[in-house]
Design a protein around this ligand. Structure first.
Ligand SMILES: [Cu+2]
Length: 308
């Protein structure tokens, strides 16, 4: 009888352990509108590994989620005011030829508050075209965040100015989830996109591996998946992705963006998920300022290949 009781006790302990180790995924569903974010659920979320899904099913423009971690005592409004003003002026001055590309940071820093150096950009871009949705998973430290869209309207207004921003708070309660371990990896080399992923229809989760140069800075920090026409000039798309140019990241584009990311911090990893719904021609594109980006074209056939 005693032995029986002991086994029962051990079973209860085991059950308890299983419950604790069961990871839970925390997903923030964001609906993109022209031009605002509609958030399902609360503005207050846990900290730790959080997945953001950007649904762009209802709008007519490409949108993104950029996340910046604010400093203690700086509100969403404190951040938005000076940032919108400074970058708007900078954009104008650059496009009028008053500021060189190499002088952008210096000029914008003259206009930004002193605390701007300490802001932490958690993640950016991950462009999603109308009718599509894509996800990113990132580790959030507790604190206050601003979610902003830096895309531009047809007439060149930054979406943030039209109201596309949202305050978020990551609480001290941490979600019980480990760093993601996707099936597929993409490694960005200086002139190459390396992956062993076999393209197919369906939803795919990736880890992006980035490398640093001798100066300690990331060599490249972004990647996007685009649906293209056969023979499409990808240099044109690379030019369109240049935010500083007059037509850069404005509403109309010749291709469809299915998701991706840009790592603005010094992190060498990024996680994203996207969905390929139709067979056709596709390309990975790594935006590089200047004429040519880094591309990897591929086709997806109508037949679903079972990968594993
Ligand atoms: Cu937007």
């Amino acid at each position: 009888m005693k032995a029986y009781k002991r086994v029962f006790a051990i079973m209860i302990i085991l059950l308890g352990t299983m419950e604790v180790s069961q990871a839970q995924e925390y997903v923030v569903e964001v609906e993109a509108l022209d031009h605002s974010y509609d958030l399902e659920g609360s503005n207050v979320i846990p900290s730790g590994w959080i997945t953001f899904v950007l649904n762009n099913r209802l709008s007519e423009e490409v949108h993104e989620i950029s996340l910046v971690r604010l400093l203690e005592g700086i509100s969403h409004e404190d951040y938005l005011g000076p940032y919108m003003k400074a970058w708007d002026i900078l954009l104008q001055e650059y496009q009028e030829g008053k500021v060189e590309r190499s002088g952008i940071n210096e000029r914008v820093n003259q206009m930004l508050p002193e605390w701007s150096d300490e802001l932490e950009y958690v993640s950016a871009r991950g462009l999603v075209s109308p009718g599509r949705s894509a996800a990113r998973t990132m580790e959030l430290a507790p604190g206050n965040y601003s979610m902003v869209c830096w895309m531009k309207t047809e007439d060149g207004q930054i979406h943030i100015m039209k109201g596309m921003s949202r305050a978020l708070k990551a609480g001290s309660e941490k979600v019980n989830r480990e760093e993601p371990q996707p099936d597929w990896e993409i490694t960005l080399k200086e002139n190459e996109i390396e992956t062993d992923w076999q393209p197919s229809l369906g939803s795919h989760e990736f880890r992006l591996n980035l490398s640093k140069g001798e100066d300690g800075k990331l060599i490249h920090s972004n990647i996007h998946l685009i649906k293209i026409e056969k023979g499409q000039d990808l240099d044109e798309i690379n030019s369109w992705m240049d935010w500083y140019q007059v037509g850069g990241l404005r509403a109309q584009t010749a291709v469809e963006f299915l998701g991706g990311l840009d790592v603005y911090s010094q992190s060498t990893k990024g996680y994203f998920t996207l969905e390929i719904k139709e067979p056709g021609e596709y390309a990975w594109i790594v935006f590089v300022p200047g004429k040519t980006g880094i591309y990897k074209r591929f086709a997806v056939s109508a037949f679903r290949v079972d990968k594993r």
